[in-house]
Design a protein around this ligand. Sequence first.
Ligand code: FCB
Length: 480
Amino acid sequence: MTGTHSSTAGTPAALLRRTEVTHRFPEGFVWGAATAAYQIEGAARDDGRGPSIWDTFSRTPGKVYAGHTGDVACDHYHRYPQDVAMMADLGLAAYRFSIAWPRIKPDGSGPVNPRGLDFYDRLVDELRGRGIDPIITLYHWDLPQALEDRGGWTNRETAEHFADYAAAVYARLGDRVTTWTTLNEPWCSAYLGYGNGLHAPGRRDPAAAFAAVHHLLLGHGLAVRALRAAGAGTVGVTLNPVAAFPADPSSPADAAAVRLVDGLHNRIFLDPLLLGRYPTDVLDHVSRFTDLGYLRSGDEKIINAPIDVLGVNYYAPTYLAARPGAAGGGGAYPGTEGIEFLPPAGPLTDMGWMIEPAGMTAVLTRISRDYPAVPLFVTENGAAFEDKYDGGGSEAEAAGRVPDVDRIAYLDGHLRAAHEAISQGVDLRGYLVWSLLDNFEWAEGYRKRFGIIYVDYLTQRRVPKDSARWYREVIRRNGL
Ligand code: FCB
């Protein structure tokens, strides 16, 4: 069991006993939860869905823990009414979910499969019927395999197909969905998918990773254009900016290491999106690996299409030190040899990630300081812990409880950090906990549990954890 640190939040009961709200959020602050298609839906072959890169990758021996796949996952595809009822019980104002591109266009670029859209049609109606605002993410990593077979995100055409797919989804759901997010964490898609091979499609080629960065951004820009042309109201994108800090705050070499990693992870996305051009120091670095032939004149203007909201996902900070001979960040950060990525220290989550809420305040304040004003949203934040519920007659089961005090402490700390960012002037509009349900945690399979609702994968029984009750109380009070 990790993380025995004390909690200022305590249990839901402790929160209930407190009469005073010490950290009140602005009126209209949006409280919600997030999931992603491949991680929860299952029904991998239902209603004409085509294969995605995660179907292929999870079937490749050694890529995903214990050979787990998303074939069944949380069976949300069939159980969504129950799941939406649980969201309503929590008092969620918004639910962020992703659309599976291979359900809508089974081969990525061909005709639309109406039965795939039917599912999201039903889901959106169910949500709205319960007063929950749907926030759609169009791409949360499940690229149609047929497009990967043609080069995936290293191929410029994928960006164009993405915009066509976005328009097809909008045409069906645009009358009932106001908030549209193009991509989730393109850093992961590009660098983990094509750089270090930890995620699908599992390629390990720095030049491919940088081409993927650009085509993901281009796909975003083209999709924004298509969504706007169709009448979309609120359009944005979600990044996972790294909160990088120097191991020694007084060392100029450590500061240079932070600058490089910040360039490869943050500025390479934020600058073209919000300032309309790639940073020259980053392009210089990237040209060590590729001739940049994929970057055409006019692309940066497309990428710079105005957005209405920027989603920020935050989990943990990264500490860096300049050390001759250090291996660097590998394919996830090409060309960072001589930089040590310090091993996580202090209380850790079950992912082995550091728990440092101040990193979230730092990321939010930095973006609002360095970039033109755009409203921010925390689109993911949460933690995996080894939740104890064996489904076999334990005391917790008898009481219908999963005690997860570590997760409550994590969420409490990060909500305080978000509140601090707001006090410092950040225009933060909402917070979405990752995740509603325990789910398929990519290369980690089902062994890492991020949900505020426990899922027993043998029975598909859902059990709200203590953190769910705690979160309901936070929402009700609009604060801590
Ligand atoms: C983020 C992903 C999300 C989930 C969390 C833990 O990087 O967007 O799907 O896996 O991490």
